[in-house]
Design a protein around this ligand. Structure first.
Ligand SMILES: Cc1cc2nc3c(=O)[nH]c(=O)nc-3n(C[C@H](O)[C@H](O)[C@H](O)COP(=O)(O)OP(=O)(O)OC[C@H]3O[C@@H](n4cnc5c(N)ncnc54)[C@H](O)[C@@H]3O)c2cc1C
Length: 586
């Protein structure tokens, strides 16, 4: 006679396949660890190679960088063209899919990202379903699946939380960009939620068969073990649904706040669930909570350190500029070292102070007490630093939320308004361009903030003989002539840097000029054009005159970034042409 379901369930519960779960836990961690080590090794080799190039080329004239112009490995340019710089399909990567101006469905991962994500999804699926399918007692199969999915979900929570943290040391070590770690966080999150749902279903099938629906789900209220797991699963499912791209982009702040609250419920529930039954994943659940809290603590400490000193607190001058943009200049009450290409999170007292938003750092000045402003590159002495303050400038385009309120506030006074503010950062700035003989920077609209910091750094480095750069081309695409006003003070300073004509060429493309007579080129090194640039042609011309290794970087709308990416792929031949994308979209 067949045993009753209750007997089968009791038998099944005794047969959890823990050794196999532990094996897959180890395999998953080893795989993630090995991938991180491979990326780290590549990064270290890249840094060493770039240092070698910089040191050997920085004292050479432009025509003596031939060795660095040619790729030393013939397989490298095709690899970049077809894998590392390739979009998933033909061209589209960062241009967002939009159903309407308000509904943003997100972007497509690159080919390399897609490959990594596929391997990650496939391995998790394989680990999940290596089960004893031949077992006669199907409740035993459920028990095995429940143990496996639960174990894998907690294991995956560790990289999930690591990749949610801004202060995660892996980000600078592995040089992971903002959109890459967001992408990985989103996909690992989806896998965790899928595993949690499978875990819940694998628990519910025998529980309902044994006691019926009301008793099984009644335990979600009565039992600490079942209840904590059940509510953590509900929180995670909501996390997944509320983080879908259209919701996330349309209601970013609501998404962010509910995301944090639900994450606290999910992580707390997981901890209680594991500890109330002394489950093997308990230490990892504790590690997940500790990692999350460590990042939050690091943010608070950075915020306090950056914005407070015995000389006062940070304040901001906010000036409304043409084209619905606010130029914000923060006065930090201490010396904060800021590299080119970094961004920071800003919050303003009186303008939704509970929100903080990321913006690229356009310009930095240091002011030692009783001294004239000092440029970013001139070293302050250790004594100066103790008394120095830092002024940091941003260009902020008005969208529909906090940035719009800030612009409205700044528009009230032609001289600008002063607000209390706080800066958290700087973050990122992983890309060092000092070793490239030839640098081409593309900026679209407010993307100029990211590029202008590199221009100044490279010009200063050229004058000090510290960089290999011998040709620097900045291409800025703007809608109207008035947009030039955004960065006029910084451009004026750049144009006054000695010897800048030796290496710097600026091309400004005005796509919708109000008055065509405004579009006049100031000199042969600073040119203005009406309309859009022909990016492939422009890049071919740069490559014809390539000096040493070339870096092409883009910061701007997704469509522009995709055009530049396509053009860089098209010119991959036998010379070294690297591509760097900084995106404000994700
Ligand atoms: C690394 C980075 C650097 C950036 N640098 C600049 C810059 O120099 N100048 C500039 O004008 N813009 C920059 N942005 C974009 C800027 O962060 C958003 O435009 C701003 O957060 C919009 O705020 P809002 O409340 O007005 O947004 P909303 O009008 O509510 O939303 C507009 C868009 O911004 C997104 N968004 C809203 N809040 C955030 C947030 N906290 N983090 C990320 N995205 C958000 C929304 O998903 C939506 O797609 C940068 C973005 C990133 C990720």
């Amino acid at each position: 006679m067949d045993p009753t379901p209750s007997l089968q369930i009791r038998e099944a519960d005794g047969s959890r396949e823990e050794p196999l779960n532990m094996l897959f836990k180890d395999v998953l961690w080893w795989t993630l660890g090995i991938v991180a080590l491979i990326v780290l090794t590549i990064r270290i080799l890249e840094i060493l190679w770039a240092k070698l190039r910089q040191v050997s080329a920085m004292s050479q004239p432009r025509d003596k960088q031939g060795y660095w112009r040619i790729s030393q490995w013939s397989w490298m340019p095709p690899l970049k063209k077809h894998l590392t710089y390739a979009p998933l399909l033909r061209k589209r990567h960062n241009r967002e899919f939009r159903l309407s101006s308000a509904v943003n469905v997100g972007t497509l991962p690159s080919r390399l990202h897609s490959l990594l994500l596929f391997l990650y999804l496939a391995s998790n699926t394989a680990y999940m379903f290596v089960l004893d399918w031949s077992v006669a007692n199907k409740f035993a199969l459920c028990a095995e699946l429940r143990g496996r999915s639960g174990t894998l979900s907690v294991v995956n929570m560790i990289p999930l939380v690591i990749l949610a943290g801004r202060n995660n040391p892996l980000i600078p070590l592995l040089k992971i960009s903002f959109d890459t770690y967001n992408l990985l966080h989103r996909w690992i999150g989806r896998v965790v939620v899928a595993e949690v749902i499978i875990h819940t279903v694998a628990w519910a099938i025998p529980a309902v068969a044994h006691k019926g629906w009301s008793a099984a789900f009644g335990a979600a209220v009565k039992s600490v073990f079942i209840g904590s797991g059940f509510w953590a699963a509900v929180a995670m499912t909501l996390l997944l649904l509320l983080s879908l791209s259209p919701i996330r982009h349309a209601f970013y702040e609501t998404f962010l706040n509910t995301h944090i609250i639900l994450a606290v419920v999910a992580l707390g529930g997981t901890w209680i669930h594991c500890s109330s039954a002394s489950l093997p994943p308990l230490p990892w659940a504790i590690a997940v909570v500790a990692l999350w809290m460590a990042d939050r603590l690091a943010r608070v400490l950075r915020l306090v350190f950056t914005n407070w000193s015995n000389r006062g607190v940070t304040d901001a001058l906010c000036e409304a500029l043409p084209g619905e943009v606010t130029r914000v200049t923060l006065q930090l009450p201490r010396y904060v070292r800021i590299e080119p290409g970094t961004h920071a999170y800003l919050r303003f007292w009186g303008v939704r102070p509970w929100e903080s938003h990321p913006f690229s750092i356009a310009w930095v000045e240091y002011q030692a007490a009783n001294a004239l402003p000092t440029s970013e590159k001139e070293p302050l002495t250790a004594v100066d630093r103790k008394t120095a303050s830092t002024s940091v400038s941003f260009i902020i385009g008005a969208q529909t939320g906090m940035t719009r309120l800030l612009y409205d506030r700044a528009s009230k006074s032609p001289a600008g308004v002063r607000l209390r503010a706080a800066m958290e950062g700087p973050y990122a700035g992983h890309h060092n361009l000092d070793s490239y003989g030839h640098v081409v920077l593309f900026a679209g609209s407010t993307g100029i903030t990211h590029q202008i910091s590199h221009v100044r750094h490279l010009l200063d480095g050229y004058n000090e003989g510290m960089v290999a750069t011998r040709r620097l081309t900045l291409v800025w695409i703007i809608r109207t002539y008035e947009t030039l006003e955004w960065v006029r003070p910084y451009m004026d300073m750049i144009l006054r840097i000695p010897n800048r004509k030796d290496i710097l060429r600026i091309q400004v493309f005005v796509t919708r000029p109000q008055n065509p007579r405004d579009i006049v080129s100031a000199s042969s090194t600073v040119k203005m054009f009406p309309g859009r640039p022909n990016i492939p042609l422009l890049l071919v011309k740069e490559v014809q005159d390539q000096i040493g290794a070339m870096s092409v970087s883009v910061c701007g709308p997704g469509g522009l970034a995709d055009d530049v990416r396509g053009a860089v792929r098209a010119v991959q031949g036998d010379s070294v042409i690297d591509f760097i994308e900084e995106s404000f979209t994700w």
